[in-house]
Design a protein around this ligand. Structure first.
Ligand code: ARG
Length: 458
C-alpha cells in the first residue's frame, strides 16, 4: 500500500530496501519531546492566526500530550514504515483525534520541522555540556587549591623543564575547559533563532506568525532566510567542533593521567572506583577510564569530519543527506558527556603523591634556569653568557652524578668566579617556584590569585 502521507501520486509502497535506507526513526525518536513541543507551539500559532479552529487546536494539543505520555511510558509503537519521528507522531495523532490531525501540518514541512527539533535538542545538549564543564572546572579548582604549594616537574617535550606546582598544572586545565565553556555559551547564542515557519524552503502563503512561535520556543527571534534555514546544519557542526576541541583537552588530560599513574612516574594513584584490575596479573591497576576517554576523542573527531563531509557537496536547500546529521551528533554527545563525567570523577578521587612529585621536580637539573637567572641578576652577566656558564655546571654535575645544588662552591667558582654561596638559595625547587611571580606564573601566591579569579567565575 502506498504511503499515508504522500500516497496520492504513488501507486505502490516502497521496496523493503528503500524503507530500510530511508528510515530514521531508529535514531530520531530521540527528538520526540522537541517534536511534540514544536508541534504544540505551531498549532497554537495556527489557531491564534485563525488558520485552524480553536476546537481543532485543542484536539491536537490533547492528542500530542497523550502521545508524549505513551512514548514516555514505553507503550508507543514506533513504526519504520512511517520513516521518522515526525510522521510517527502525526500518524498516531490521526488515530487518536481523527481528521483534525491533518490540519497540524498546515504551513509547515518536515524540513523546517526537523531543523527546529534538532536545533532545540542541540541547544539543550549544549546546556548539559556547560553544566558538566562547570563541574569539571570545580573539581580542578579544589585540587589546585589543595596543591597550590605541591612542587612537580614541569615538562616540555616531556623532558624535565622547570619546577612548577601541581596547582598551577591543574589551573592550566581550568583555562582549557573554561575556553570550551565559553565556546559552548557562544554557540548557544549563535543558534538562538527559530527555524519553524521556513516551511519546505520558500516560506508560506498562510498568515503565520514566526515571531510568536520563536518566542514561545524560547528563541530570540525567527531565522531570517527560509532557504538557509532548511539548508543549515551549522549548529550541528558547531556542536561537533566544540565537542572535538573539548574532547581533545580531555584526551590530553587522559594521556597525562596514564603517564602519571605508571609505577615509573608514580605521581598519582587512581581510586579503585576509577580503575580496573587485570585478569592475569594480580598487581595491576589500570587506568581504563582514562584510556577510554582518550579513545572516545577519536569517535568525536570522526563525527565532525563525517558531518563536514556530508554537508560539503550539498546544493541548497534540503537534501536527504542531511538526515545523517543526527547519529554523529548523538554519538558525540554521549561520548563527550561520559568523558567529562569520568574525568571529573578521576580528578576528584585521585591521590597525589607529593613526595614523588617533589623528588622528580628536583631531578633533571630543573633549576638550571634559576642558576642562569641568578648569574644575570647578581653577577651582571648577559643571559647568553649565564646560559653557557650554567651549561658547564650542568655538565659537571652530570659527570659527578649529582644535582646542581649538590656541587661544591669551589666547583662552581671554578666555572665562574662571581658565584657565591648565596647561589644555593635559588637552587631548591621551592625557591624556584616561589620566584616565578610574574602574572600567570607558577608561584603559589600567583596560582592562588588565579584560583580566586576562577572561583568568582565558576
Ligand atoms: N527524517 C528527515 C531528516 O531527518 C526529516 C526531513 C525529511 N524531509 C524530506 N523532505 N524528506 O532529515
Amino acid at each position: 500500500t502506498s504511503n499515508q502521507m504522500w500516497g496520492g501520486r504513488f501507486a505502490s509502497g516502497p521496496d523493503a530496501i528503500m524503507e530500510e535506507i530511508n528510515a530514521s526513526i531508529g535514531f530520531d525518536k530521540k527528538l520526540y519531546a522537541q517534536d511534540i513541543r514544536g508541534s504544540k507551539v505551531h498549532a497554537e500559532m495556527l489557531a491564534h492566526q485563525g488558520i485552524i479552529s480553536v476546537a481543532d487546536k485543542d484536539a491536537i494539543l490533547g492528542g500530542l500530550d497523550t502521545i508524549q505520555s505513551e512514548i514516555e511510558a514505553g507503550t508507543f509503537e514506533f513504526s519504520r514504515r512511517l520513516e521518522d519521528i515526525h510522521m510517527n507522531v502525526e500518524s498516531r495523532l490521526a488515530t487518536l483525534i481523527g481528521p483534525a490531525a491533518g490540519r497540524l501540518h498546515t504551513a509547515r514541512s518536515r524540513n523546517d520541522q526537523v531543523a527546529l527539533d534538532f536545533r532545540l535538542w542541540v541547544k539543550e545538549e549544549l546546556q548539559r555540556v556547560e553544566t558538566a564543564l562547570t563541574r569539571l572546572i570545580a573539581a580542578f579548582l579544589d585540587r589546585a587549591e589543595e596543591h597550590a604549594d605541591t612542587v612537580m616537574p614541569g615538562f616540555t617535550h616531556l623532558q624535565t623543564a622547570q619546577p612548577v606546582t601541581f596547582g598551577h598544572h591543574c589551573m592550566a586545565y581550568v583555562e582549557m575547559f573554561g575556553r570550551d565553556r565559553a565556546r559552548v555559551r557562544h554557540a548557544i547564542e549563535h543558534m538562538d533563532e527559530s527555524p519553524i515557519g521556513a516551511a519546505a524552503l520558500a516560506g508560506t502563503g498562510f498568515p503565520i506568525d514566526r515571531h510568536m512561535t520563536a518566542k514561545a520556543l524560547g528563541f530570540s527571534g525567527p531565522t531570517r532566510n527560509s532557504i538557509d534555514t532548511v539548508s543549515d546544519r551549522d549548529f550541528a557542526l558547531e556542536f561537533l567542533s566544540i565537542a572535538a576541541i573539548s574532547a581533545t583537552h580531555l584526551s590530553r588530560l587522559a594521556e597525562e593521567i596514564v603517564i602519571w599513574s605508571t609505577p615509573q612516574f608514580g605521581f598519582v594513584r587512581l581510586s579503585d572506583a576509577f580503575s580496573t584490575g587485570s585478569s592475569i596479573m594480580p598487581q595491576k591497576k589500570n587506568p581504563d577510564a582514562a584510556e577510554l576517554v582518550r579513545a572516545k576523542t577519536g569517535r568525536i573527531n570522526g563525527s565532525l569530519i563525517a558531518l563536514l563531509t556530508i554537508m560539503k557537496g550539498l546544493p541548497l536547500a534540503y537534501s536527504k543527506d542531511m538526515q545523517e546529521d543526527k547519529e554523529q551528533v548523538f554519538d558525540s554527545a554521549e561520548s563527550l558527556e561520559l568523558g567529562l563525567a569520568a574525568m571529573t570523577g578521576m580528578v576528584r578521587d585521585m591521590t597525589i603523591n607529593t613526595d614523588r612529585m617533589k623528588k622528580a621536580a628536583g631531578s633533571g637539573f630543573s633549576t638550571a634556569t634559576d642558576l642562569a637567572d641568578w648569574l644575570v641578576r647578581e653577577a651582571g652577566l648577559p643571559f647568553r653568557d649565564a646560559h653557557h656558564v650554567t651549561g658547564r655546571a650542568v655538565a659537571l654535575a652530570e659527570s659527578k652524578g649529582c644535582d646542581l645544588g649538590e656541587l661544591s662552591l669551589e666547583d662552581l667558582q671554578a666555572i665562574h668566579e662571581a658565584i657565591t654561596d648565596k647561589v644555593f638559595d635559588v637552587l631548591t625547587v621551592e625557591a624556584s617556584v616561589a620566584s616565578r611571580t610574574s602574572f600567570g606564573g607558577t608561584a603559589p601566591a600567583e596560582v592562588r590569585r588565579q584560583i580566586a579569579w576562577w572561583r568568582a567565575r565558576n
